[in-house]
Design a protein around this ligand. Structure first.
Ligand SMILES: [Zn+2]
Length: 173
């Protein structure tokens, strides 16, 4: 019995070690900008003040679009949001991004929304630096839809996240 308890205890330590520690240690953020958007504290961990401000403004616009896309939704969980800009290879390094549930050996991701190992009261988006402004915006809109689905207690849907992303980008042009 005590052996089982010991194993359980060590597994809990394993779970802690498989949080964001590795990916945050592997990435240098030269700028962290904050903005309160629709009563949500949003922190953008990026490379420059100018870029972070542009992205926070983008997130502000996405929030307005999400309100019309999910017009009947009600907030059910309060979570702050931390957005981390990380290198594509770092994000896809399985020793580093230990919290990602990889679908196959060759599975690669451009971004991820996660609240499973985020500190209490927080959620996170990790997004790769690989793409230009517009593609990054499109990817971020997809992940923001996942944040919205989670905090509105709507089931996670890839299709709706893709549809919202298209809706947001087409509304901008
Ligand atoms: Zn998705």
């Amino acid at each position: 019995m005590s052996t089982i308890l010991m194993i359980l205890y060590f597994c809990m330590l394993c779970a802690n070690a498989s949080g964001y520690q590795n990916i945050l240690e592997a990435t240098k953020f030269s700028n962290v900008s904050h903005r309160s958007i629709d009563n949500v504290e949003i922190y953008y961990h990026g490379t420059s003040d100018a870029d972070s401000k542009i992205r926070l403004s983008d997130i502000n616009n996405m929030t307005s679009s999400l309100k019309s896309y999910y017009s009947n939704s009600q907030k059910c969980i309060d979570l702050s949001l931390h957005v981390y800009l990380v290198d594509f290879d770092t994000l896809n390094d399985r020793e580093v991004a230990t919290f990602v549930r990889w679908k196959s050996k060759s599975h690669k991701i451009d971004a991820i929304y996660d609240a499973t190992v985020a500190p209490s009261g927080q959620s996170s988006i990790f997004i790769s630096t690989k793409y230009d402004h517009n593609k990054t915006s499109k990817i971020l809109a997809h992940e923001m839809a996942h944040y919205w689905q989670h905090t509105r207690c709507i089931s996670q849907s890839e299709k709706e996240a893709d549809d919202f992303s298209e809706f947001y980008i087409s509304g901008k042009t």
